[in-house]
Structures are given as structure tokens and as C-alpha cells.
Design a protein around this ligand. Structure first.
Ligand SMILES: NC(=O)c1ccc[n+]([C@@H]2O[C@H](COP(=O)([O-])OP(=O)(O)OC[C@H]3O[C@@H](n4cnc5c(N)ncnc54)[C@H](O)[C@@H]3O)[C@@H](O)[C@H]2O)c1
Ligand SMILES: O=C(O)C(=O)C[C@]1(C(=O)O)C=C[C@@H](O)C=C1
Length: 365
């Protein structure tokens, strides 16, 4: 029997979920976005099977409703939804980066006999909008569910039977655990990234050249400062308490750094970096929140058609790639080609292929 899925909010995350779920058998995906252009693009790009202009009408037939909206907008929708006509068996979920406020609404919904299970895939990008959506975005990432206490196993199973098509690793945590952990590894780092960019801006008056020198390090650590400000306004507001605690800890940490600098002891400073390096180097790779795809760096010379040439060699040997990008490490200078693969095996084969056929140097970061 066809499962009707309604996705509300068709940006990076809603669009990516819709694309991933199209791989499920007998699923019809209907989409809604408040932005008309996004809705049109969703149809044109086949991100959904059809779009609607009134989600409350489509909701009548939905077996699963998924919110891909910014977290404050989701709260508003959850209030409205209490008055919708819904199937008694419908499972409602979201993808929001915060969970406590949303799960408070879920409790209100439960009181009305409506099942809401919080969801949050721990993968994304600083890019937003439907054009950035990808069917494989969540592959190997953790996908956190935050059911209310006592949620029926059969409801969880129903949702998980659909989410398995994202190929994410579904785990359940409480809303409190969720908001604490994501504050540490996601929300607070976004504040730090934005603050570093603000700090750079203050250099403009006296040292305007500084921004031109912002190379690999600054770009890496501030990439997420290019994220959608509305999204991060809402996340910050909803997770304010946790973020204030993170800020306090960070200020204490900066106090420690200040002391190290004032004392100027080389061994202590080295130890500060060394212990951070060893923790960072031990972070799990290949899965989870710190999922890094199997990236291969290729030093390519600067001539027209070089990327097509490399990709052509890989295609000849039937090595499939999942992503391709250029790291611009120097202004106006062609950078390094970074190719991502699904498996370590593919990456090894690609490295051999490129070194043998193109004689370009490859390396793993
Ligand atoms: N960006 C990430 O890396 C990331 C990762 C995981 C989860 N999330 C969460 O996923 C959700 C969506 O984020 P995104 O990155 O896809 O953002 P996005 O900006 O790419 O997409 C949001 C979409 O929602 C639409 N929208 C906004 N308000 C709406 C409303 N009231 N009703 C209907 N549609 C509305 C917008 O038009 C847009 O198409 C957020 O809750 C975010 O916290 C984001
Ligand atoms: O990779 C990025 O650009 C992200 O910001 C993704 C990221 C994160 O902080 O890791 C952002 C928000 C989420 O809710 C989950 C993932």
C-alpha cells in the first residue's frame, strides 16, 4: 500500500530527505514550501512527486509528515496542526537542530492523540535552499530521534522503516541530551565561527589587506559562518541556556590560554596544542557527526579541461564518486581538486588510477 509522505519546508534538509525517501518502495512524496519559487523548483527537479499550496489539506491523507522548516517556524506549524484533520495513525517528525522546545509541543500534540517523534539528521552544510539538496546527504551520519517518554515501539518502527532510506544511523536520545550535545559540537562552533569573522572585519580600517590573507586555516574554521542566518537565529534562541553554559566554559578556556601566553613557557604552549591535536585526531571518521567522506586530494596543474580529464579516467575504470570540489587555497590561483568516494576501496583505486594515468600527485588529508 502506498505510504503518503508530506514534507513541509523544501530547503537543503527537507529537499534532501524527500530525495532520499524516493528510494523507498510505494511512497508518494508531496511537498509544501512557503516560498513559491522553491515549490516550483521542487517539482521541476523532481525533489517531490507533487507540491501543494495547502498543506493542511494534503495532511488529511498523510501517513508521515516531516518538517524541514527553521525551528521557530516548526513551532508555529505544530500549534496550527493541532486543528488539522489527520489520520489517527499519522507519524509526525521534524529535522530541526534543536529539540527541547519542539518536544514540549510534541507533548501538547500527544495530549490530543497525535504522535510526534523529534528528528535531527547530523549532516548538513553552510549552503541552504533546495538547489543544495542531495539524496545522499545523510548517508552514514547519525540521525537522532527524540521520542517522548513512553513512545510506542510500533510508532518508532514505522518512522525508522522510512528513515532507513536515508542510510543514516538512527539513534534515540532525550531532548535534553540532544540539545546539550549539539550545543557542544554544532551550535557553539557556529557562534565561534561568526565571532572570528567579526574579529576579521574590525581589521578593515587599519589593515585592509588582512582579509586577502585569509587562506586555508581561516576559511576552514569559518566556513560555517556562511550558513543561513535565520536558521542560526532560531537555533541560538531555542538553545540559549546550553549556549550560555558553553560560552562560560569557553571564556574559562580562553583565560587558560591567556595565562599560557602571559607565562610564555614553550613546553606548556606546545602541550596545549599537542593535547588538542591528539583529541582531534582521534575523532571518529567515516561515520557520525564527524563524518568525513573518503576524500582524495589531487594536485592538478592549471590547464583547461583538467578536471574532465581526471573524472574521465575514473569513469573509464568505473570508479564512482560522490562529490567533487576545488579547494582554493590561494587567491586567483587554481587550487587542489578534492574528490570524495563512498568507500576506502574506491579511494585507493582512484589514487592508483590517477597516479598511473595522469601522473598527478594524490594524497589523503
Ligand atoms: N543546514 C544544516 O546543516 C542542517 C542540518 C540538519 C538539520 N537542520 C535543520 O533542518 C531544518 C531546515 O534547515 P535547512 O538547512 O534545510 O534550511 P533551508 O533554509 O535550506 O530550508 C528551509 C526551507 O523552509 C522554508 N520555510 C521557511 N519557513 C517556512 C514556513 N513557515 N513554512 C513552510 N516553509 C518554510 C524555506 O522557504 C526553505 O525552503 C532546520 O530546522 C535546521 O535546524 C539543518
Ligand atoms: O556542515 C555544516 O556546514 C553544518 O553546519 C552541519 C551541521 C553541523 O553543525 O555539523 C549544522 C547543523 C545541524 O543541525 C547539523 C549539522
Amino acid at each position: 500500500m502506498t505510504r503518503n509522505v508530506l514534507v513541509i519546508g523544501l530547503g537543503l534538509i527537507g529537499g534532501s530527505i524527500a530525495l532520499a525517501l524516493q528510494k523507498a518502495p510505494e511512497v508518494k512524496i508531496v511537498g509544501y514550501d512557503q516560498d513559491e519559487n522553491t515549490a516550483k523548483q521542487a517539482e521541476m527537479l523532481n525533489v517531490v512527486h507533487e507540491t501543494v499550496i495547502a498543506p493542511e489539506i494534503a495532511a488529511k491523507d498523510a501517513d508521515v509528515i516531516i518538517f524541514g522548516t527553521p525551528v521557530n517556524a516548526t513551532l508555529v506549524w505544530l500549534d496550527q496542526l493541532k486543528d488539522w484533520q489527520l489520520k489517527s495513525t499519522v507519524i509526525i517528525t521534524d529535522t530541526g537542530s534543536t529539540k527541547k522546545a519542539i518536544m514540549q509541543k510534541a507533548a501538547e500534540l500527544r495530549a490530543k492523540g497525535i504522535t510526534f517523534i523529534g528528528g535531527h539528521p547530523m549532516a548538513g552544510s553552510h549552503k541552504s535552499g533546495i538547489l543544495a539538496a542531495k539524496p545522499h546527504l545523510f548517508e552514514n551520519a547519525y540521525y537522532m530521534l527524540t521520542p517522548l517518554a513512553g513512545e510506542e515501539i510500533v510508532h518508532m518502527a514505522k518512522l525508522e522503516s522510512l528513515l532507513k532510506y536515508t542510510h543514516a544511523k538512527v539513534v534515540s536520545v532525550s531532548a535534553h541530551e540532544h540539545d546539550h550535545m549539539t550545543a557542544v559540537v554544532s551550535h557553539f562552533p557556529h557562534i565561534i565561527a561568526a565571532s572570528l569573522v567579526h574579529q576579521l572585519r574590525t581589521e578593515d580600517d587599519n589593515y585592509p589587506m588582512t582579509r586577502s590573507l585569509a587562506a586555508g586555516g581561516f576559511r576552514d574554521i569559518t566556513r560555517i559562518a556562511s550558513s543561513n542566518p535565520i536558521l542560526w537565529r532560531d537555533i541560538t534562541l531555542q538553545n540559549r541556556k546550553e549556549l550560555l553554559m558553553q560560552l562560560k566554559d569557553w571564556q574559562a578556556e580562553m583565560g587558560r590560554v591567556q595565562q599560557l601566553l602571559e607565562q610564555g613557557e614553550a613546553a606548556d604552549i606546545e602541550q596545549y596544542f599537542a593535547s588538542a591535536k591528539s583529541v582531534r585526531d582521534e575523532l571518529p571518521v567515516g561515520a557520525g557527526a564527524f563524518f568525513t567522506p573518503f576524500d582524495l586530494y589531487v594536485d592538478v596543474p592549471d590547464y583547461a579541461g583538467v578536471i574532465a580529464e581526471v573524472i574521465g579516467y575514473l569513469a573509464d575504470e568505473a570508479i564512482s564518486i560522490t562529490n567533487l570540489r576545488i579547494v582554493e587555497s590561494r587567491e586567483d590561483v587554481f587550487g587542489v581538486l578534492v574528490i570524495s568516494f563512498q568507500t576506502e576501496e574506491d579511494r585507493k583505486r582512484a589514487a592508483n588510477c590517477i597516479e598511473k594515468r595522469a601522473k598527478f600527485e594524490t594524497y589523503i588529508s
